[in-house]
Design a protein around this ligand. Structure first.
Ligand SMILES: [Zn+2]
Length: 754
């Protein structure tokens, strides 16, 4: 019976409870996944292993493949064609057996059946040049792409191969075991595209004088990367995501018209035979000219060259060790100059190749900029290991290869140029020469992660630009990404996005990661810790293949600082930073607890008298009211007595100096967590900087308070006064508030009504 009664009561209560419970569920805040912005990146980062450690260094079983190339190349200037025969020797240093090899055929992006154009959604353009119009609409696409004559093994037997877009699978007659190598031969040719008309990262420019300027890259079948991270790299080359390449040694013979001047990756072993005796003598002078460039092939000689063409040819011999790629530039129009740069106890040559159309800009700046860049980057990362760095002038190019890069920046035909052209040229040369570090030597996978080379390099570029010319308008500053980060969220991707899928690559892969590193250096870690950690990353992964996790982990490991919150916010989300001042409260010291305090302590059985004997109290006052100092407090006798009962004489003296008490309420409309940089201005005009680490936002992501005691009255507070944190809204950064609609607010209002 008793149990039955209980049952009824239970039934009754649960029956009654259903509706209430539903109400309760509705009202009760629901649970959530761990959304703390400070949670560690456990799920985002791969598990450390023997190839890549938890500290971000290569593990004890780290390996990388190697590919050596011996190539004979013919540059056919008459038909703008290139022919090649190559012997590739591939070393399998992985622990795995390989049944086939994947080779990259990047020129196939230019093949008539290339998918590149098909995956690009494009509307009608209102203007086409005749060549493009013919290609796109009249069914006569440019006959580009590799023509593979054969793939043979070293005994001249044909090997089976399958072409898949920009990739080619070569089937091995016998499994390539761990530790073994295999050699094979490929014979190929292709039509060189005109990069000025068709775009792309290499090709030729045709001049009105009938001559061509060839900047040649991605020109031979190159081994794809096989490693512990991706297996075989299998993302097609679509044009944006650049290259994943293995290191190796190169011996390359390039046959050009006899009147061409050429340079490229590696040592030109027969340079003496390629130059006139006068030019060779000037070249020798350049080798010891540390202050100024020496012109080796003069403009007069170049102008003489470009008057006629020739049927005769000559063969340039180049040799390079431990490079991830090979490129060259060739033209009868080239002027050549060079300068020596001391790096450690070695001499590196800074070299420029440019047609006369680049002057007077190029003779003035190019080689000097190369020399300065090599010095700056060596200081910030590690000494430049190669013997030369070349800057080639090519219209609309800004593209990097080991030891050589192609750069824009052309004056008007009358030789005049704008500040913008000059700075653009200097900036692009610093950037492209800088790519020798990222990714040519610190060999990240560009196809996957554009930011790992572009972002890190844009950051280092900023340092080198300021070394070359203090105040140079560098793009990597945090304030330069504010508009991008505050913009339309549907047009922003997290930095951690595969490069072909990135919206607005310039901001996403270049400026934003660069600004992030700038913030880490200037705001979060400071120069010493940051530079040490960044250098550690560079040194650990020089001539190796790092991943994002290796970078994130090394920066934490070498600086002894947990930065997961920074990587999470800046690299894995599209959140922006906006920190502001919501409110300022002003207080003075009293011996009287206020009503609220008295009520709060009532529940613990404490009375006003209990509190008065043990504590000091702050009484809020109007923020504009002139603060009374401690000694002039209304009931001064009582306060003094109270103070002498509870403080030592020394403490009382200090207290007399601390006259003003402020509570600052910081608000954070932005999604990112970021340190608070507050510049306090006092009544006497002096300023003080307060720094609150990002961790201040751990328990309240929207609003935090700080109390300041001060001798002097505070007349103003400004958050991030030097714009170091990409704060998207400056209008809430100041107290007293400025009455003005911000750019950000007007932007928000605009999008809200659109
Ligand atoms: Zn770049």
């Amino acid at each position: 019976m008793k149990n039955l009664t209980l049952f009824f009561i239970a039934l009754l209560t649960s029956g009654l409870g259903l509706a209430q419970e539903a109400e309760a569920i509705k009202e009760k805040p629901q649970g959530h996944y761990n959304i703390s912005k400070f949670r560690q990146l456990k799920q985002e980062l791969p598990t450390p292993n023997t190839y890549r450690t938890a500290s971000g260094a290569p593990g004890h079983e780290y390996y990388q493949q190697k590919a050596d190339y011996k190539m004979d190349i013919i540059l056919d200037d008459e038909n703008q064609r290139i022919y090649g025969e190559e012997v590739v020797t591939y070393f399998n240093n992985s622990p795995d057996d390989l049944e086939y090899l994947w080779v990259q055929l990047d020129q196939n992006i230019r093949a008539p059946d290339a998918k590149t154009a098909d995956v690009k959604a494009d509307g009608a353009s209102t203007m086409y040049n005749p060549k493009k119009f013919t290609e796109q609409f009249l069914g006569k696409p440019f006959p580009g792409g590799f023509n593979i004559d054969h793939v043979k093994n070293i005994d001249d037997r044909d090997m089976d191969y399958t072409i898949n877009g920009t990739m080619m699978r070569i089937d091995l007659p016998k499994v390539l075991s761990s530790g073994e190598k295999v050699s094979f031969k490929i014979k190929w040719w292709y039509n060189i595209p005109n990069h000025v008309i068709d775009g792309g990262r290499s090709g030729f420019e045709h001049f009105e004088d009938g001559n061509n300027n060839y900047v040649i890259a991605q020109f031979f079948p190159r081994m794809a990367v096989y490693n512990d991270v991706e297996g075989w790299q299998n993302l097609q080359f679509l044009g944006r995501g650049e290259f994943a390449l293995v290191f190796g040694d190169y011996e390359v013979n390039i046959t050009t018209p006899e009147d061409h001047i050429l340079d490229g990756t590696g040592v030109v072993t027969n340079r003496k035979d390629m130059l006139t005796s006068k030019q060779w003598k000037r070249y020798q002078q350049a080798l010891t000219s540390y202050d100024n460039p020496v012109v080796i092939v003069t403009q007069e000689e170049a102008e003489e060259n470009e008057k006629n063409s020739t049927e005769k040819t000559k063969t340039w011999k180049l040799k390079a060790e431990n490079v991830r790629d090979f490129a060259f530039a060739s033209s009868r129009k080239y002027i050549l100059d060079g300068q020596a740069v001391k790096i450690g106890d070695r001499t590196v040559m800074a070299i420029s190749l440019y047609p006369k159309e680049g002057n007077p800009l190029w003779e003035e700046y190019s080689t000097r900029v190369v020399a300065s860049t090599v010095k700056s980057y060596s200081a910030h990362m590690f000494d430049y290991p190669y013997h030369k760095a070349i800057s080639v002038h090519a219209q609309r190019q800004g593209m990097e290869y080991p030891m050589i890069c192609f750069n824009y920046g052309r004056p008007k035909p009358d030789g005049s140029y704008s500040e913008r052209t000059r700075n653009g040229m200097i900036g692009v040369i610093i950037h492209e020469v800088g790519h020798n570090w990222f990714p040519m030597i610190i060999n990240s996978d560009e196809r996957q992660w554009g930011w790992m080379d572009e972002g890190l390099n844009t950051f280092a570029q900023l340092l080198a630009e300021q070394d070359f010319e203090p105040g140079f308008p560098s793009r990597g500053y945090p304030k330069n990404v504010v508009d991008y980060m505050a913009g339309d969220q549907s047009r922003i991707t997290p930095i951690m996005t595969q490069h072909d899928n990135v919206f607005n690559s310039g901001s996403n892969a270049y400026s934003k990661p660069a600004a992030g590193l700038y913030i880490l250096r200037e705001v979060v870690l400071g120069h010493d810790l940051f530079d040490k950690a960044f250098k550690t990353y560079a040194e650990r992964w020089r001539f190796k293949h790092p991943t994002p996790a290796d970078f994130f982990r090394t920066m934490e490991d070498a600086s002894g600082t947990d930065l997961d919150w920074f990587w999470r916010g800046w690299f894995y989300t599209t959140d922006y930073n906006d920190i502001g001042i919501k409110e300022i409260k002003k207080y003075q010291v009293t011996e009287e607890p206020n009503e609220e305090t008295i009520n709060r302590y009532k529940r613990y059985g404490m009375t006003k008298e209990d509190l008065k004997g043990k504590y000091l109290f702050l009484a809020e006052m109007d923020v504009d009211e002139q603060s009374s100092d401690v000694n002039s407090y209304a009931d001064i006798a009582t306060l003094n007595e109270y103070l002498s009962d509870n403080f030592s004489a020394a403490e009382r003296a200090e207290l007399k100096n601390t006259k003003y008490f402020y509570e600052i309420v910081f608000e954070k409309p932005g999604g990112l967590v970021m340190p608070i940089l507050a510049e306090i201005t006092y009544a006497d005009g002096s300023k003080e900087n307060k720094y609150y680490p990002a961790e201040i936002w751990r328990f309240n992501d929207k609003e935090v308070k700080k109390v300041l005691g001060s001798e002097k009255e505070i007349t103003g507070i400004k958050i991030d006064p030097n714009q170091l944190t990409s704060d998207v809204n400056q209008e809430n950064n100041s107290w007293p508030k400025k009455e003005k609609e911000s750019k950000f607010d007007s932007f928000k209002n605009q999008t809200a009504t659109d």
